[in-house]
Design a protein. Structure first.
Length: 216
């Protein structure tokens, strides 16, 4: 069987704050990918840490991502980077520089798997909106949209698959049902949507034999 490794790098949205473990998108992938693609030996790791920003993610990239020699890395940050508080706020410039370095280091890593020329594939995800009447002014959707724009720009520049999660949530007429009662994290319905988007993106990278396609 072909070994394929997925790592999810992010903050509490990736970790799965406030929901049962089986609701988190990473755990769902761990359960369902072997069912849909049984020809692959799947190894899936959740490297989401609550409270993290891109600054902390960059510091732990080697230990929490590259050490697994991943084939695919999901990257979801911005909810904390954009928060206007002393502990977490990262400027748009720092956010872009940190993400750029994270993407570059991932794409330079030789995972020695033979898949996609041994180059890991970063998949970028824009941070979701918040419920502003609960989270403003610390977090606002206008600011989150700016951070999401950087994600979309880097995805295009580095030719990375992109999941524009912000747009999918905010354009839903019942989008507040996708956010938890704290106005920041995802509800079960929010994770349902995120999982569906992620699974759809993964299927674009896998052919009928279950082998990752070459991604330039």
């Amino acid at each position: 069987m072909i070994k394929t490794t997925i790592v999810a790098l992010g903050d509490s949205l990736t970790y799965g704050h406030g929901v049962p473990k089986n609701v988190n998108y990473v755990e769902r992938l761990e359960k369902f990918m072997p069912q849909y693609f049984p020809n692959i030996s799947w190894h899936i790791y959740n490297s989401g840490v609550s409270g993290d920003t891109t600054r902390e993610a960059l510091k732990r990239l080697e230990k929490d991502v590259l050490n697994y020699h991943p084939n695919i890395v999901f990257i979801l940050f911005g909810s904390n980077d954009s928060a206007m508080n002393d502990k977490q706020f990262r400027s748009l410039e720092e956010y872009e520089n940190n993400l750029r370095e994270i993407i570059t280091k991932i794409k330079k890593h030789n995972n020695r798997t033979g898949l996609n020329k041994c180059i890991p594939i970063p998949i970028l995800i824009t941070p979701p909106p918040v419920i502003e009447e609960i989270r403003s002014p610390i977090r606002t959707n206008n600011r989150l949209k700016q951070y999401g724009y950087i994600v979309k720009t880097l995805a295009k520049e580095y030719h990375c698959p992109l999941i524009d999660f912000f747009s999918h949530v905010i354009e839903n007429e019942n989008y507040k049902e996708l956010i938890s009662e704290d106005g920041l994290h995802l509800s079960k319905k929010g994770y349902d949507l995120l999982y569906d988007l992620i699974f759809s993106e993964l299927t674009k990278l896998i052919n009928y034999e279950g082998v990752l396609k070459d991604w330039d």
